[in-house]
Design a protein around this ligand. Structure first.
Ligand SMILES: [Zn+2]
Length: 208
């Protein structure tokens, strides 16, 4: 009975999906830039991440390599002109391949107001609908997110789209000109559909 109980507990956590490790450079200089950014925007002088939120994005481009190259370059972002450059922890390609670019204990710049607590997941594509209807890509996305939810004890309501950033209870932005800055990727209605599917997947994992 004890073993059966242990088995039931282990099945309640989604399994780790296959992830291809393809790191972008994140050496001491970029870490120092990230810590300076975190101090200016969040009042936290650290580059260390303790995930409480997952933010879903899409790249608005058509290839994994162009997104990876942009994140690896570590140039000031074209919109807000700060360092370190934009990045995300994961990129999910259209074929469902999941690439990890950055360790999960390092902050990445992907969502104004939330980088100090958020894992960023990019999807290669140009709209929410395109990704929701790509069977391989959406399955990989849900499996990865389900695994992260279990690993970091993240609540499903804290799995959000970039466009929902301003209404997150974790949103914090000390630099006033950016206090209302967000993007349009992954709208609320599409994220509701995403969260419904995520809950279904998590429940099926819990049932074993
Ligand atoms: Zn985004």
């Amino acid at each position: 009975m004890f073993a059966a109980a242990a088995l039931a507990i282990s099945l309640a956590v989604a399994p780790r999906p296959h992830v291809i490790w393809k790191p972008i450079p994140f050496g001491p200089r970029r870490k120092a830039e990230m810590a300076a950014y975190a101090e200016k925007h969040y009042g936290v002088h650290s580059w260390r991440l303790q995930p409480k939120v997952i933010v879903e994005h899409y790249t608005a481009s058509n290839s994994f390599s162009s997104a990876w190259n942009t994140f690896a370059a570590n140039e000031p972002d074209p919109e807000l002109h700060e360092l370190p450059g934009d990045c995300a922890h994961f990129i999910i390609d259209r074929n469902g391949r999941v690439y990890q670019l950055v360790r999960l204990d390092i902050m990445c710049r992907h969502t104004v107001g939330l980088n100090y607590v958020a894992v960023g997941i990019e999807h290669v594509g140009t709209s929410d609908a395109e990704i929701l209807h790509d069977k391989a890509q959406i399955r990989a996305s849900l499996e990865l997110t389900a695994w992260l939810v279990g690993r970091f004890h993240i609540k499903v309501r804290n799995v959000i789209g970039h466009s929902e950033s301003l209404s997150s209870p974790y949103h914090r932005e000390l630099y006033k000109p950016w206090a209302h800055q967000t993007h349009a990727d992954w709208k609320h209605a599409d994220m509701d559909a995403y969260r419904t599917r995520l809950r279904r997947l998590l429940n099926s994992d819990a049932r074993g």
